[in-house]
Design a binder for this molecule. Structure first.
Ligand code: URA
Length: 241
């Protein structure tokens, strides 16, 4: 790949990369290269101003989305988005969210620069399970559990069998875990509403085998570990890049 592209993958703009290169501050495999268009290996070792950099072709992070924030990288009306919590360098790499959470919903959002991975994780074909924790109005019971297992008929679709685990049930309010493999618009809220229990709060805890890190407060993020990344690629039958 072109040297300036490789350097920009570290988070520099293309023009910053060009300047760094032509000023002789970039070493590839221990040699100073001053031509931004030089052809270099994708995995070449890079040193800039004496610091060694590690170019990863793709970056994957988890973020704890707060309520009131859009799952998007920009909003033309100026609303806050999950991108507001990430450094510029990651955004320049083209990182984007895997699927969406409603504005009022909190919890786990995975973001990746690998569009194909993102596509597979939300595609119905791969049936990736998502786990939500919901607080709902009224007392959940076994009838609701069966309705989730059977599938609920809506005007526009019938939900695939889903799991409902009741954690606490009182006349006023219940708490439950919901396991769904689809991602239709407002799906969990609509399913709970359909069995007579409107959602009060909804929080996503898990996507496939990736659980929201309990050390992340709302608005905080971290890179996925190598092990987490490997699991996502194995799940979606892709080769890690
Ligand atoms: N189901 C919903 O209703 N909302 C979400 O944000 C995610 C799942």
């Amino acid at each position: 790949m072109r040297l300036d592209k490789l350097v920009s993958m570290l988070g520099f703009t293309r023009s910053e990369a060009k300047k760094l290169i032509s000023s002789g501050r970039v070493k590839i495999e221990d040699n100073v290269l001053r031509d931004p268009g030089a052809n270099v290996k994708d995995d070449a070792s890079i040193e800039i101003g004496g610091e060694i950099y590690n170019v990863k072709k793709h970056i994957h992070v988890m973020i704890h989305k707060p309520s009131g924030v859009l799952t998007a990288t920009e909003d033309h009306k100026g609303a806050r988005t999950v991108a507001d919590f990430l450094p510029e360098a990651l955004l320049r790499r083209g990182i984007g969210p895997v699927g969406r959470l409603d504005k009022d919903v909190t919890g786990l959002v995975i973001m990746t620069t690998d569009g194909q991975l993102a596509h597979r994780l939300i595609s119905p074909k791969w049936e990736v399970t998502k786990r939500y924790r919901a607080t709902v109005e009224g007392k959940l019971d076994e009838k609701c559990v069966s309705a989730f297992q059977t599938g609920i008929q809506f005007k526009d679709f019938t939900s695939k069998p889903a799991g409902l685990e009741i954690l606490s049930a009182n006349e006023n309010e219940s708490v439950c875990l919901v396991y769904v493999t689809e991602g239709k618009f407002h799906q969990v809220k609509r399913m709970l509403q359909a069995v007579g229990h409107p959602v009060i709060t909804l929080h996503r805890e898990k996507i496939a085998m990736i659980e929201l890190d309990e050390n992340l407060s709302e608005g905080e993020w971290r890179e996925l570990t190598d092990d987490e990344v490997k699991k996502l690629y194995i799940l979606t039958e892709m080769n890690e890049k």
